[in-house]
Design a protein around this ligand. Structure first.
Ligand SMILES: [Zn+2]
Length: 369
């Protein structure tokens, strides 16, 4: 298992010589499986619905990097979820995710998933969380990690998922999130669950402004102001609340101003947005938001469906948005600052694993946290 590359590894033009360390805040467990593992588990468990029967063809089928629709993109999850219905499979998928992320230079990852999706064949939600935590804990990779429990915003289980999150702190659960089809499902629908999370002392991030269209800024405002989200998943539609001239933000509206004033971290996942939004690489707002002082962080979202990895995402912003090694260092420091781990962990990761590597790569970084 250890020598398999990340799903659909691409050529890494700009950073080929060095894999910079990264902090990954937004990665879905059911969006990062190895195609060979999907086939293997399907073979063992008798799952018969896969659209291809060898790894390369299956990987190509999963590559939704040009689908242009969030709904179509989400459809492809039926097969990854289909092979994640027993504890052994969940443990294996989590274990391999840790291996793949560590191989990509990720030193700390927050992995998210919705336990409810893995109960179709009778697993208890608690067993789902235990299996995932066990797979990550036993990976032997040195990757440090934490778990985020998702509720699906178009379902009615958010309070149940919030209660599972609160009861699973001892397994490494640090936060709660709303995921799934965004349009027509505003964050406010799940206010009770969000309140339960905050009152229990867990952290909160919400997918908002990913695919809500004209409602993007309003949903981002709801996530932050009504539900109390500390980070925003994606947030690309914040650009609709900005005036942009020649690729630069020259004026911000009220929602964008609050996000920037409070330095709310945006968990931006460019490859995923290109896949679901029919957007050209240079049109992605990540560069403009970064230059305008927003708290931009970089994540992968779904490594399998978006055919991406952290080095690929770093290559994307380097190639299409002019990021240099100092920008990547800044993004990595911001990501660590916004992470839901302890202060001690941040100090240790920065001073021992991240800052030395960026200095080595020529970045002008603070060596102390
Ligand atoms: Zn996501």
């Amino acid at each position: 298992m250890a020598d398999s590359p990340s799903p659909n590894a691409r050529c890494r033009a700009n950073l080929a010589a060095v894999t910079l360390p990264s902090v990954l805040l937004h990665d879905h467990l059911d969006g990062g499986l190895r195609p060979a593992t999907i086939l293997d588990i399907a073979d063992t468990t008798g799952y018969r619905d896969l659209p291809a029967d060898e790894p390369e063809a299956l990987g190509a089928w999963f590559d939704q990097s040009e689908s242009g629709s969030l709904e179509r993109y989400l459809e492809s999850f039926q097969h990854t979820i289909g092979v994640m219905q027993d504890a052994g499979s969940l443990e294996r998928v989590a274990h391999e995710a840790a291996e793949d992320l560590a191989a990509d230079g990720v030193v700390y990852a927050e992995i998210r998933f919705c336990p409810w999706l893995h109960t179709a064949e009778g697993l208890a939600p608690r067993t789902v969380v235990e299996a995932v935590a066990s797979g990550l804990a036993n990976s032997g990779t040195g990757l440090e990690w934490a778990l985020i429990i998702d509720a699906l915003r178009h379902e009615d289980h958010s309070m149940e998922m919030a209660e599972i999150a609160v009861a699973s702190r001892h397994l490494g659960v640090v936060a709660f999130d709303l995921a799934g089809p965004e349009a027509g499902n505003p964050p406010r629908r799940h206010l009770a669950a969000c309140r339960h999370i905050r009152e229990s002392g867990l952290r909160l991030t919400i997918h908002a402004g990913e695919a809500a269209g004209d409602n993007g800024p309003a949903y981002i405002a709801e996530a932050m102001d009504v539900c109390g989200a500390e980070r925003i998943g994606h947030g690309v539609e914040l650009i609709r609340d900005c005036v942009v001239e020649e690729g630069e933000i020259v004026k911000v509206g009220p929602v964008a101003a609050r996000i920037r004033d409070r330095q709310i971290a945006l968990e931006m996942c460019p490859a995923s947005n290109l896949a679901t939004g029919a957007m050209q690489a240079h049109e992605h707002p990540i560069g403009a938001l970064h230059r305008a002082g927003f708290n931009v962080t970089i994540s992968t979202d779904n490594r399998l469906m978006s055919s991406t990895s952290m080095p690929d995402e770093f290559d994307f912003v380097t190639e299409h948005h002019g990021f240099g090694v100092d920008d990547l260092a800044r993004v990595t420091r911001r990501s660590l600052a916004a992470a839901f781990c302890s202060h001690e962990t941040k100090v240790r990761l920065w001073e021992e694993r991240i800052a030395p590597a960026y200095r080595e790569a020529g970045a002008d970084v603070e060596t102390s946290w």
